[in-house]
Design a protein. Sequence first.
Lengths: 148, 131
Amino acid sequence: MPVNPELQGRSYPATAPYLVGREKVREFARAVLATSPLNLDPEAARAAGYPDVVAPPTFATVIQDATLQQLLADEDAGVDFSRVVHGDQRFTFTRPIVAGDELTATMMVTSVKTLGGHAMVTAESSIADATGAHVVTATSTLVVRGDE
Amino acid sequence: MNVGDVIAQKSYQLTRDTLVRYAAASGDFNPIHYRDDVAQSVGLPGVLAHGMLTMGLAVQPVVEWLGGDSGRVTDYQSKFTRPVPVDAVAGAEVTVVAKVGAIDDDGVRIDLTVTFEGQTVLGKAQVRVAP
């Protein structure tokens, strides 16, 4: 099934709260070859004015993933995972994610374009903390290949 | 500091081990990042690095330049223009060159050139840093 052209503008319910764990941040930091003590050592992070270890910039992808799963699970959207290629990615921060944050993400499909049989779906996931304050927006463009 | 200045340059050696660790840390278990047979079945040369792994490590030289304060990154974007195949034995070396792209009231824009075997793998990779 091709991508539904009426997908543009569709929004999805907020994801269940994700509690950012210190060890998860450290695991992610090591996985992206981060060496900063602020990503790894709570004492160093506190000395720099943060409440706990700071997540590397791309950690927001972990929170965003739950929203992209909503899109893939939406049969009416017609986004077939086996045909999806990640086209581009952006993170726009109000503040960095730190361990202890409880985050929810709300996604909206902001654009659907077709280009030579392929569809380009841009989805913006706004990530907020437990007080409702904005933390980061993660935006992905997924390229959905058409029938060969 | 002037536009065009190279603020950091670093190479990273990726192995299959690096990919497995990233899969676990990120939750991206797409088998094209750890199984050659699956990657080849969809027309790829073999196992590829996660685009988000390349993006994740490419910002690290900038974070180091910021004295480790990754919290000063206010915006980070990239296009995924070319895959990075990671050979089971030889791995893959990815090189990052970070240059000052613009300086304005909002801070500094750092432009990243990220290459594998001499070809760029990320497009328009830009990091905004607060003043």
